[in-house]
Ligand binder design. Sequence first.
Ligand code: GLN
Length: 447
Amino acid sequence: EAIFEYIEETDEKVNSFLALNKEAALEAAKAADELGYGEDAPLLNGVPIGIKDNIVTEGLTTTASSKMLENFTPTYDATVIRKLKEAGAIIIGKLNLDEFAMGGSTETSYFKTSRNPWDLERVPGGSSGGSASAVAARQVPASLGTDTGGSVRNPAAFTGIVGMKPSYGSVSRYGAIAFGSSLDQIGPMTTTVEDNALVLEAIAGFDKLDGTSRPDTELDYRSKLGQSIEGMRIAIPKEYQSEAVNEEIRDAIVKAKEYFISQGAIVDEVSLPHTPYGINVYYILSSAEASSNLQRFDGIRYGYRSESAKTLEEIYVQSRSEGFGDEVKRRIMLGTYSLSSGAFDKYFKKAAQVRTLIIEDFIKVFSEYDLIMGPVTTSTAFKIGGRIEDPVEMYVSDLLTVPVNLAGLPAMSIPAGFDSNGMPIGLQLIGKHMNESTLYQVAYDFE
Ligand code: GLN
């Protein structure tokens, strides 16, 4: 009840929530109380949690922040929701995002723009902006986001919280509304590193309902918390400290590096030479996958249907024209173009080949190092309206997050100080596939 009261007080300022789950949540809270909070209680018993609104929840609207799904109430739970409920967590409500998770500021949401609790004139980042503003404003202690090209890490960095993009295949995508299926992962957003590990423990694991789910998923995320990082081999890619990154952010990374050295870690500069191609590769591949995934929104099966449509063709064309926003349409056009017969070799196929080169860059560095560190974002949170008119400027700001998704690696954003405007700076830690426990170890030490 206190949580719902606090949300009522604060949400008109930060705009995190699209829907509240009050009745069911209060009932779940009673059930949690009955189980008690002792040693043998479920892992997250009674813990309130907010959910990005592109993850389906039975009986609770799931809009993906699109007019297309404005009135969509799913008939089943995503695997992560089922697991959270089994762990005793309480679903508080659904959180705002960029439409279909396409964007980096939550400004492409059909419903509203979430705000950064540190400065209400600024964006909370995106696309999981509502998931970030809710945790940063302490409306909930934890939330789930999705990360296709940075959407957990970017808003975590902008709002000074902890965000994890797990290894591809470790968290089931069943029930996450698909954007780029070879890139998407659901990840936890929390105020502390330990909380983050707990939530990941609750949601990760093999799921036969997701064809890319991995049986070798690491599940013991807390085992190394508190262990010394002496002798840890950490790499800083020189491409992540380039002029494209704001100087105050680069300075914060140097400070973090000095701290790690003081703890006995070995930190060297390395090169990930194909980093500059990441944006091009990501926007070609993710848009191609999105154009295919979004075919299902046809005005027939579910979602928005144009009222003026009379023929089948008109139902398709008018429902999609009226139901999708500009950014989503831009991705569909980019994607269908790069998959078309005349453009396929030059764009889609070439991008898939360069993706392999990006993966090989990481494999080479990880043959000698345990972990990679660098910034998450090229700037701190910007003013609302500052970038939305220029899609290319918005795209290039994903420079430091997209390579990780292309390679399927785990990566997190943790708070690393503030800039001169008082806006949070994020430190990114990137790990080997299925080695989240080392990321948590180092993040916990840094925290
Ligand atoms: N900003 C990126 C994009 O717009 C990443 C989005 C995401 O990770 N969902 O595609």
